[in-house]
Design a protein around this ligand. Sequence first.
Ligand SMILES: Cc1cc2nc3c(=O)[nH]c(=O)nc-3n(C[C@H](O)[C@H](O)[C@H](O)COP(=O)(O)OP(=O)(O)OC[C@H]3O[C@@H](n4cnc5c(N)ncnc54)[C@H](O)[C@@H]3O)c2cc1C
Length: 426
Amino acid sequence: MDTDVVVIGAGLAGLQCARRLQRSGLTVQVLEKNDAVGGRVRTDRIDGFLCDRGFQVLNPSYPAVRKFIDVAALGLQRFGAGVVVRNSEGLMSLTQPLRRPSANVTAVRNGLLDLRDLRALARWLGPTLLRATSASRATRDTTLAASLDEAGATGRLRREVIDTFLAGVLADSSGQSSANYTRLLVRSFALAIPGLPQAGMGALPTQMAASLEQPPQLETPAQNLQETTSGVEIDTDHGRLLARTAVVAVGPESLNDFTEEQNPATHGLTTWWFSAPEPPLREPYLVVDASKPGGGPAGPVWNTAVISNIAPSYAPASGHLIEATTLLDRPDGRADETAVRRHLEQIYGTSTSRWQVLAHHVIAHTLPATPPPLVDRSPQRISDRVFVCGDHRDTGSIQGALVSGDRAAHAIVGVLGSADPQPEDA
Ligand SMILES: Cc1cc2nc3c(=O)[nH]c(=O)nc-3n(C[C@H](O)[C@H](O)[C@H](O)COP(=O)(O)OP(=O)(O)OC[C@H]3O[C@@H](n4cnc5c(N)ncnc54)[C@H](O)[C@@H]3O)c2cc1C
């Protein structure tokens, strides 16, 4: 045997799985088809700017992040606690009610915040906010849209802020995602303010990979996975690897390459990254556009932010960095640069003629779809010697990927044995 375990894929799930296996005293070889670790969490330096491959954030309240990641070492740069809303009345800041309620006077005066909606939202989120996350999985599940309707959240706050904000977070504007899953997500935003690492989101997998004694083998796609009587065989360009077990830690779009299972459905988004000589806004908030009559964006951009206001390390001293996100489940999700600029000019009320496009990431498989009912952690062992992990096995998030990788490692240790004690739950 070349190694105890081969892990196919060096995304967060594969890396966490490998780290845990190593801690349990097993030998591990990670194979990664791309030229760096991280999978969907990577960062490029472009003209002195840090551009994550698709806008995303790190939420330090995720239990698995607290447990498995040295967040302090990442130097998290935090968002402001709230959002800026663009509607027909202009740009309006809305701070998180649990943190600075008094800052919302303008929104109350303008009718964006009203007591009925706030009470309804408290009804919708309250039990999840107070209970342990596992308890909310047991609650009867329905779609996000139906659950908000049932709770009575039908006013402007829902239509102009919540729906638009959550569509960007879920990469799903249909309102058909699991209500229970969305509650868990909103809970994590309520418990801690997300941020961006000093060196970009890619610093997260880099930190994880650094603790592996056997570095991941990059630019080494696994081509074939064969189960034998004594173990598994994996073919690569560099030859055949023999191992006692294998972990398929690929993204949802590649699951079927190695298993009999169908690839899970996914949602996609695109991120435009612009540099600008002046920031179009000074606040460190995500901006959601709700200027279409009745709510929702009046163009292709569902959210945008002046990232350098939040994370100064993402831009050189002389520049400012702006992200703009479009959703691939919308007809205008693949809008061209002209349409995106036109919409950003409406949102920020300023010209974008001096802005430069740094990158445009089109990520068809951003997140596995999470329809109701929220599945309580899919099995990780699919045959005697083959295990699966990834966000599609838990929840479509950094939390889900880490937990899933960790659980797969435990299942393997249960089979191959280890001197290490049992894990705590994350
Ligand atoms: C644009 C975007 C925004 C997001 N926003 C957030 C957010 O704000 N908060 C949050 O919590 N989550 C967010 N997510 C989700 C989060 O990034 C993912 O849930 C998580 O990174 C998934 O990790 P994974 O290891 O399961 O899969 P992946 O990251 O997809 O890793 C799979 C790995 O397998 C490799 N691979 C595939 N085939 C092979 C092969 N044949 N041989 C070898 N290697 C192979 C791939 O190259 C990849 O490295 C976002 C994702 C994206 C893309």
